[in-house]
Write a protein that binds this ligand. Structure first.
Ligand SMILES: Cc1cc2nc3c(=O)[nH]c(=O)nc-3n(C[C@H](O)[C@H](O)[C@H](O)COP(=O)(O)OP(=O)(O)OC[C@H]3O[C@@H](n4cnc5c(N)ncnc54)[C@H](O)[C@@H]3O)c2cc1C
Length: 402
């Protein structure tokens, strides 16, 4: 029986960097990818421009992966953003750092990142098996058997780098979780992260396309602030994307459309005292909200915004303030996974060694990238995690062979 040395399932950023690192260590490596080419999701990243990391310190980075960030400490220390950036520049890919520390290829072409990784892997003699979908994985007698159509292949070591289950047309369809489960690993229930949400009974349907510069949402003792985008079916924008990993399938939230919600009542009363002849809606607009949004909010409270501000009583002002700063909405994540940028949940971290990404259950089995129960904020953190875990898994595998 022919037995290969290392098989990597998945030609995304984590699998590609792992393959390159292993091959450069002189370890025979086969990368298996279901698509005719590698890096389909990487090509879409950053709107095709690829925000490949963020120029942040490790301590800052660790706060960008929700409650599971600490698992990444070793991987991020082994391959921090500055080392990842040097790696790319040393291979001939100039980079630029943009607002909020976001790092892109200077060409702003994700395809340059994919091509570079693929070409460097070929140079390092990685064997690629493209157009090859792994159907199932078995482990017997210290050997992994990978089934593909009518064929099967055997390897001593296996790295599962199959990604999550968002944008499934890119090839990431949750297969890695199925493999991990069959091998005895626990899978934390999968949910959309970095996702827009639908609103149930939305009072904001006519506000589609409006951006609120600084909104705040609160739910389950958590609070998030940032730019909010109202969409035709619900809510999106950085505020919602970063909060979405914590939403339950149907989540009640309170939303403030204005910054410093505690001061809104005083600000509105002051404006009303100064400009009592103005319409109530005009004064609310002057607090910094688009007219259309003001109309929808007042309509929701059945308040006539055309009335003169001086004629609006204290009780009604309080009601307006409550709608502006504590509107209660229900958001839904139903059907959101496919369109989310990242999957939350995945291979349970307590069964994986964070320093090597070696399974604690099966010798020779490793995990990297989004298949793990890791998801980051938007800003280059997910690709950094994919690259760092791919690199760390490769170093972990290399330890078995040197
Ligand atoms: C639209 C979009 C934009 C994004 N932009 C950014 C960004 O700018 N910055 C950022 O940090 N993150 C971004 N992300 C997230 C980031 O792209 C992912 O987190 C990252 O690609 C995960 O890398 P991975 O290697 O774990 O998996 P993937 O990139 O998903 O790669 C997994 C690979 O495994 C292959 N595969 C799966 N199952 C099998 C099988 N059974 N047999 C063979 N092959 C298989 C798939 O075909 C795929 O090529 C974005 C995501 C999306 C959807």
């Amino acid at each position: 029986m022919h037995q290969g040395v290392v098989a990597i399932i998945g030609g995304g950023p984590s699998g590609l960097l792992a393959a390159l690192t292993l091959a450069r260590e002189g370890i025979q490596t086969t990368l298996i990818e279901r698509n005719p080419s590698v890096g389909s999701k990487l090509l879409l990243s950053g709107g095709g421009q690829c925000n490949l990391t963020n120029q942040a310190t490790i301590e800052e980075l660790l706060t960008c992966y929700g409650d599971n960030g600490s698992f990444l400490r070793d991987s991020l220390t082994l391959l921090p953003p500055n080392k990842l950036m040097s790696l790319f520049t040393s291979m001939g890919l100039p980079l630029v750092v943009k607002e909020e520390g976001r790092v892109f290829p200077a060409s702003h072409k994700a395809s340059d990142v994919v091509d570079l990784l693929y070409q460097e892997c070929l140079k390092a003699r990685v064997t690629f098996k493209l157009n090859t979908k792994i159907e199932s994985v078995e482990h017997n007698n210290a050997t992994f058997t990978l089934k593909m159509g009518t064929k099967e292949e055997h390897y001593k070591t296996l790295l599962i780098a199959t990604g999550g289950a968002t944008f499934p047309h890119t090839g990431s369809q949750g297969d890695g979780w199925r493999f991990a489960k069959a091998l005895g690993h626990k899978i934390v229930p999968v949910h959309p992260a970095l996702s827009g949400v639908r609103l149930i009974n939305s009072p904001l349907t006519s506000c589609s396309g409006i951006t609120v510069e600084e909104a705040t949402i609160s739910f389950n003792k958590r609070q998030f602030s940032g730019p909010l985008l109202i969409t035709h079916r619900g809510l999106s924008g950085p505020l919602i994307l970063n909060a979405s990993r914590y939403f339950s399938r149907e989540q009640s939230i309170k939303i403030s459309f204005l910054p410093n919600p505690d001061g809104v009542e005083d600000r509105l009363k002051k404006l009303s005292a100064q400009k009592g002849a103005s319409q109530l809606a005009t004064l609310i607009h002057q607090l910094g909200l688009p007219t259309k949004l003001v109309s929808s909010i007042l309509e929701e409270g059945k308040i006539d915004g055309r009335r003169k501000a001086a004629e609006v009583g204290k009780k009604e002002i309080k009601k307006v303030v409550s709608l502006l700063t504590q509107m209660e909405l229900t958001v839904s994540l139903k059907g959101a996974l496919k369109g989310a940028m990242v999957s939350g949940g995945g291979v349970a971290l307590e069964e994986v060694d964070p320093t090597t990404l070696h399974s604690k259950l099966i010798k020779g089995l490793f995990f990297a990238g989004e298949v793990l129960d890791i998801d980051g904020d938007s800003g280059g953190y997910n690709l950094q995690a994919a690259f760092s875990t791919g690199y760390t898994a490769a170093k972990g595998i290399a330890r078995l062979y040197h």
